[in-house]
Design a binder for this molecule. Structure first.
Ligand code: GLU
Ligand code: MG
Length: 437
């Protein structure tokens, strides 16, 4: 059959969905200059495709400019089509970043971090997901049999990620029913978020080639565990040397790391609407699910919102290279760009305010009374999306990190999403989200 291959120019939007338009490969040079047309009201398309109340109506024009450095051309060599897509930035007709372009918002946050602390960011997104098919066989948590059942898929996935420019790290059978985890190596600046978008898409594509469906939904079964996105973070100083670790710092945190994490914890309840942004995200963010329920820093504690991760090295310079912390209160309903931007802004605020390093917990905070929690500076994170949105929109500092209309547009979008779920019970809500993420 004759064909003219197409490249899909894409944004990972406010709903955490990859959307865009395609153009013929032969037009690549032109399109990387001129982009493809885009519409402001698209920012109000929720994950369920209902359009929330839009301040833009039918007005306005934008351009989505594909970035060749975030391009994928993936040939599974199974006789099926080559998958071609390219992530990009949305600009207005004057070429300025559009205020709701998630990738541009992340770039602005990275600039702020550099100005605040003279540091650049290295990060990696660790993803959990579930196959929609397969029996919930007991005894498969972290198991070899569970792994072997999906070995063929996993080996193709490793090759597909490799072809897509991601250095694959590990693949494993996770704890939950039909749940798996895939990790890839860290990358600099906005590239790690590009890679997270690519990883989700490529994992879905790979599953489809095996006639399977996977979901990254925050939680599939209200009685089970959730699918987390853990964002691992470290810093480099201006000379490119590791800047996250100090052997004399609290739990090994350098001064700048301490201030960054202190900022993240201080603003966590107000940014969580951006990092865990679905209605069902708050079923996952409950105690004893190895996710995150309080704004605490844990030392190797998987129930903490921010966790200092283990290192395998023993000499100081190797420890400094490996040392990283992870933000655990995120999920795949969030665009990786937006989640990372929110975390960076909170951290940069902590650096600008020279906040001292937080205390480190190694205990179960859920057994403490509200008074005890408060006296130690901890809060229970919002327990619904609506509460999370209220914390976001009422926190002037946090809203001020984003363009003027961002909070109003974001909360209107999310309230449109909630309205769509109005008549649904908990399991119907979970089912709705697993269809779209
Ligand atoms: N599934 C857990 C979550 O929702 C994480 C388990 C783990 O520590 O890998 O974040
Ligand atoms: Mg895991």
């Amino acid at each position: 059959m004759i064909k003219n291959p197409l490249i899909f120019a894409a944004t990972s939007d406010v709903a955490g969905k990859m959307r865009g338009k395609s153009f013929p490969v032969s037009d690549l040079e032109k399109r990387t200059q001129k982009g493809v047309g885009w519409t402001p009201t698209n920012v109000m398309i929720t994950c369920f495709d209902a359009i929330a109340d839009s301040p833009f109506g039918a007005l306005g024009d934008l351009l989505l400019i594909p970035d060749e450095s975030a391009g994928v051309a993936l040939d599974f060599k199974d006789g099926g089509p080559v998958e071609r897509f390219m992530l990009g930035d949305i600009v207005d007709l004057d070429g300025q970043p559009w205020e709701f372009c998630t990738r541009s918002l992340l770039k602005a946050a990275l600039d702020r971090l550099k100005a605040a602390g003279g540091i650049s960011l290295i990060s990696a997104f660790e993803h959990e997901f579930q196959f929609k098919s397969g029996d919930d066989q007991p005894g498969q948590a972290y198991g070899h049999e569970g792994f072997a059942q999906r070995r063929a898929f996993a080996e193709t996935l490793m090759a597909a990620l490799d072809q897509s420019g991601l250095a694959s790290d590990t693949f494993m059978k996770e704890y939950g029913a039909n749940q798996y985890e895939v990790t890839n190596d860290p990358a600099a600046g906005h590239q790690s978020a590009d890679q997270a978008v690519i990883l989700r898409e490529v994992t879905r594509m790979t599953a489809k080639r095996f006639n399977e469906d996977v979901t990254f939904t925050p939680i599939r079964d209200p009685d089970g565990v959730g699918n987390g996105v853990h964002i691992h973070i470290s810093f480099l100083d201006e000379s490119g040397a590791p800047a996250t670790y100090d052997k004399d710092g609290v739990a090994g945190m350098s001064k700048i790391t301490g201030s960054f994490i202190a900022g993240v914890l201080k603003y966590l309840d107000s940014i969580i609407a951006l990092t865990a942004p679905s209605d069902v995200s708050y079923l996952r963010l409950t105690p004893h699910r190895w996710s995150a329920a309080y704004n605490n820093l844990g030392f190797r504690d998987r129930e903490a919102s921010v966790r200092i991760c283990p290192v395998t090295a023993t000499d100081p310079s190797s420890i400094a290279r490996q040392y990283n912390f992870e933000y655990r209160a995120a999920d795949a309903a969030a665009s990786p760009y937006l989640a990372l931007a929110a975390i960076i802004h909170a951290g940069a605020q902590g650096i600008e305010d020279a906040m001292p390093a937080p205390n480190v917990t190694e205990e179960d905070l859920s057994v403490l009374s509200p008074e005890e929690l408060k006296s130690r500076g901890y809060v229970r994170l919002p327990e619904t999306l609506e509460l999370a949105l209220q914390r976001f929109e009422s926190n002037e500092t946090v809203c001020g990190w984003f363009p003027a209309d961002f909070a109003a547009v974001y909360t209107a979008h999310k309230r449109g999403e909630i309205a769509h779920l109005n008549d649904k019970d908990t399991s119907a809500r979970c089912a709705a989200y697993e269809e779209v993420y």
